[in-house]
Design a protein around this ligand. Structure first.
Ligand code: AMP
Length: 206
């Protein structure tokens, strides 16, 4: 099964994508995580990506498409792929059509006010990427690995509002693009309920 997870920043896409990819034993391909890894390794691509990410802007399509093409060469991609945060533009969706067949597209729906609240309290583990909320998590240590929690530099209110605008302008049109394959999900549901809903919806394609 190849699936896409669409949703505005802060819709819980990354957390849910990881769980669902594990459940169906498919590769979790997050372009955001891949770019953050490049930034951490201080590569040329990382430096380029950072200049866009810090502003809440999109990294150019050609850079992302090349990165995805390379990623899909890896052995684990043959089990099936969950694309998280890709495609984000119609140009990326057209490029993806040339290299993979998408079975189903999960669209996580979430209101901007919920998003701003979620993102401004979001903490991420620097080792395993686990996501927490400062409202419910005490301290700066990860619960599942020896990592430390940090606030993503693009998780401030101003950048979040910009990322939401960019989402509405560039990425929301993909809901129409994938309309024949879309499963809409209320991303404000409790996390377990939401995971069960998505698993049930995707079973037909696994
Ligand atoms: P995410 O972790 O998915 O929220 O992505 C963080 C940031 O990385 C985004 O705000 C963009 O700047 C960049 N990014 C991630 N995926 C893409 C993509 N498919 N196209 C363009 N930029 C991307």
């Amino acid at each position: 099964m190849n699936t896409i997870f669409l949703g505005p920043p802060g819709s819980g896409k990354g957390t849910m994508a990881e769980r669902i990819a594990k459940f169906f034993n498919i590769a979790h391909v997050s372009t955001g995580d891949m770019l953050r890894e490049e930034i951490k390794k201080e590569t040329k691509l990382g430096a380029l990506a950072k200049s866009y990410i810090d502003k809440g802007a999109l990294v150019p399509d050609s850079v992302i498409i090349d990165m995805i093409k390379e990623r899909l060469q890896k052995a684990d991609a043959s089990k099936g792929v969950l694309f998280d945060g890709f495609p984000r533009t119609v140009a990326q969706a057209l490029a993806l059509d040339e290299i993979a067949k998408i079975d189903v597209c999960v669209n996580l729906e979430c209101d901007i006010n919920v998003i701003v609240k979620r993102i401004s309290t979001r903490l991420v583990c620097d080792k395993c990427g686990a996501v927490y909320s400062s409202l419910t998590h005490e301290g700066t240590k990860c619960d599942v690995c020896p990592g430390n929690l940090y606030t993503r530099p693009d998780d401030n209110e101003e950048t979040v509002r910009e990322r939401f605008k960019v989402y509405e302008l560039n990425t929301a049109p993909l809901i129409d693009y994938y309309s024949a394959k879309i499963v809409n999900v209320d991303a404000t549901m409790p996390i377990e309920e939401e995971a069960t809903f998505i698993k049930e919806a995707l079973k037909a394609y696994a």
